[in-house]
Design a protein around this ligand. Structure first.
Ligand code: CP
Ligand code: NVA
Length: 301
């Protein structure tokens, strides 16, 4: 049984197929008459709405569930909640604090599991990110994406997706917030060309896309004061976009903490593609589910 816990659960060919299905005007109705459980331990605007609409567009019925409502891991074990939801639903999406929770759900083997954001990864976001860049740039091979900020869930998934499609992936962020050896090995295994920079101006020079995410992710609110101090100098503002060059687009997974990791002028400026990127969350989710519940099942993979 196939799952999507992180982008490299897909081969390069499968990633391409998901992106093709994302723009298919008549996607296979793989959820016809079936449900998909969408379980959230954290808030969401884009992910919940894009997944609910993607499920509807594939003929299915989405069921939004707050983790506290089912008492995930408290009232009942993660495994038994998974087995229960699999009685009623063809697929389970989960947004969790600990990546091990989605791994435990997948290990049950009862139903395909989609990671809707964990502390480790945000693969649905990365699918929308590369879909957006493909629409803007065409073939992504040899293009450059520079991520500025925290080497977090969003960056890990973006680096895998962009790198698997042949992009050069650059990162700049303060010491202590960079990728560790395990993440670097994982990028290398996926064949991702990755380079780290100390100075944001060097990292963005000539980039086709400059990407940022919040400095304080959900669940890290207690670290806010320290993080805001540590990330000083890594804000994407007009002068950093000028250093990138006029070809550079600006991307952000949203929600943006305006005035922290990015200025209003950049989010709302002519280089910004954050709204097409947000809209692509639904198309990417539909492509992923069409593949996961369609071809991935049919081929017995
Ligand atoms: N980008 C993203 O995942 O947004 P939400 O947290 O609103 O779902
Ligand atoms: N890194 C952020 C992404 C939000 C979509 C978080 O985990 O909160």
């Amino acid at each position: 049984m196939r799952h999507l816990l992180e982008i490299d659960d897909l081969s390069v060919a499968e990633l391409g197929r998901v992106l093709d299905l994302a723009v298919d005007p008549s996607p296979p109705q793989v959820l016809d008459g079936q449900g998909m459980a969408l379980l959230f331990e954290k808030p969401s605007a884009r992910t919940r709405n894009s997944m609910e609409m993607a499920v509807v567009q594939l003929g299915g019925h989405p069921m939004y569930i707050q983790a506290a409502e089912v008492g995930l891991g408290v009232r009942e074990s993660v495994e038994d909640v998974t087995r229960t939801l699999a009685c009623f639903h063809a697929c389970l999406g989960a947004r969790v604090f600990d990546h091990a929770t989605v791994e435990a759900m997948a290990a049950v083997g009862a139903v395909p599991v989609v990671n809707m954001l964990s502390d480790g990864a945000h693969p649905l976001q990365a699918l929308a990110d590369v879909l957006t860049m493909k629409q803007e740039m065409g073939d992504l091979a040899g293009r450059v994406v520079t991520y500025v900020g925290d080497g977090n869930n969003v960056f890990r998934s973006l680096a895998l997706a962009a790198g698997m499609l042949g992009m050069e992936v650059r990162f700049t962020g303060p010491p202590g917030y960079r990728l560790g050896d395990i993440d670097r090995d994982r990028l290398a295994t996926a064949g991702v060309g990755f380079e780290e920079f100390d100075r944001p101006e060097e990292a963005v020079a000539g980039a086709d896309a400059v990407y940022s995410d919040v400095w304080v992710s959900m669940g890290q609110e207690d670290e806010k004061v320290k993080r805001l101090a540590d990330f000083e100098g890594f804000q994407v503002d007009g002068s950093l976009m000028d250093a990138a060059g006029e070809q550079a687009l600006f991307l952000h997974c949203l929600p943006a903490h305006r005035g922290e990791e990015v200025t209003d002028g950049v989010v709302d400026g002519p280089s910004s593609r954050v709204w097409p990127q947000a809209a692509n969350r639904m198309h990417a989710a539909r492509g992923l589910l069409a593949w996961l519940l369609g071809e991935a099942q049919e081929t017995g993979q």
